[in-house]
Design a protein around this ligand. Structure first.
Ligand SMILES: Nc1ncnc2c1ncn2[C@@H]1O[C@H](COP(=O)(O)OP(=O)(O)OP(=O)(O)O)[C@@H](O)[C@H]1O
Ligand SMILES: [Mg+2]
Length: 250
């Protein structure tokens, strides 16, 4: 059974249809990349899954449950976390506090009313574990706004996984990074999404082919192909619509 299933999904803004009937099933544990030209609707698809936008038609199910009419925070609590195309951290809070906040979200801030000392210690311990995992243990006390851009992206990833999400949506996780930063980010993404389901949007084909075990190609709001990396690479229609151009600079 798919952990995430999109059926007949459509979204229009006014008269313009941006998502035009997407059917897609994502298996639990899969690492899935969505590729396609600028303006194809990739970010919009993520906004539909995370609940920022309501679909104009069609269904989205997560572990068999419909996400229709659920607000973003409820969808997040069901186990779907996303990081945005732009960095989404609290710049004035420390790196440590950013992760701690993310750990508190799923509990709905209950801790802030009644915080026995052992619970506080457990929370701090969990925060340190996440920091360790994302390689920011040494940066814990620094305001998040003052660490390097690539570290902010790592922090954002830590915040996404801190709540224990099973499905992680990453929109262009290596955008704006240098080659070596992107290589580190790939290792990090692999590490933090181990045993989880990943759906990512990415333009850098090296990253896509390195991380994904299945790829879907979105062009003008429609999935024109879906399959293993080798199949996608060999697909003539995909090469014509997108990959030829994307691979020539890879
Ligand atoms: N809130 C909105 N209102 C109207 N049009 C929108 C809105 N959000 C997105 N669009 C339009 O929908 C289309 C798809 O945008 P989207 O951001 O999903 O593309 P994308 O595939 O993520 O592109 P990129 O690769 O450049 O990030 C674009 O033409 C965009 O202008
Ligand atoms: Mg986008």
């Amino acid at each position: 059974m798919s952990i995430l299933s999109l059926r007949g999904l459509r979204k229009n803004f006014g008269a313009t249809e941006i998502i035009r009937g997407v059917n897609l099933g994502i298996e639990a544990g899969e690492k899935h990349a969505i590729i396609g030209p600028n303006g194809a609707g990739k970010s919009t698809l993520f906004h539909l899954i995370s609940g920022k936008y309501a679909p104009s038609a069609g269904a989205i199910e997560f572990k068999g449950q419909s996400l229709a009419n659920l607000p973003p925070h409820r969808i997040n609590r069901l186990g779907i976390a996303r990081s945005f195309q732009v960095t989404n951290i609290f710049p004035r809070l420390s790196v440590f506090e950013n992760i701690r906040c993310a750990l508190l979200w799923p509990s709905g801030y209950r801790y802030s009313f009644w915080r026995p000392i052992e619970r506080e210690a457990k929370l701090n311990g969990e925060t340190e574990q996440v920091l360790e995992k994302i390689g920011l243990a040494g940066r814990a006390k620094i305001p998040a706004g003052e660490i390097a851009y690539s570290e902010q992206r790592a922090l954002e990833l830590g915040m996404a996984i801190a709540g224990g999400a099973e499905l992680i949506l990453l929109d262009e996780p290596v955008a704006g990074m240098s080659h070596s930063e992107a290589d580190n980010a790939v290792d990090l993404i692999r590490r933090v999404t181990e045993g989880k389901t990943l759906v990512m949007v990415e333009h850098d084909m090296n990253i896509v082919f390195e991380l994904a075990d299945r790829i879907s190609v979105l062009v003008y709001g429609e999935v024109i192909a879906s399959g293993a990396p080798a199949e996608i690479r060999a697909n003539a229609q995909v090469r014509e619509a997108y990959l030829g151009e994307a691979l020539s600079d890879a």
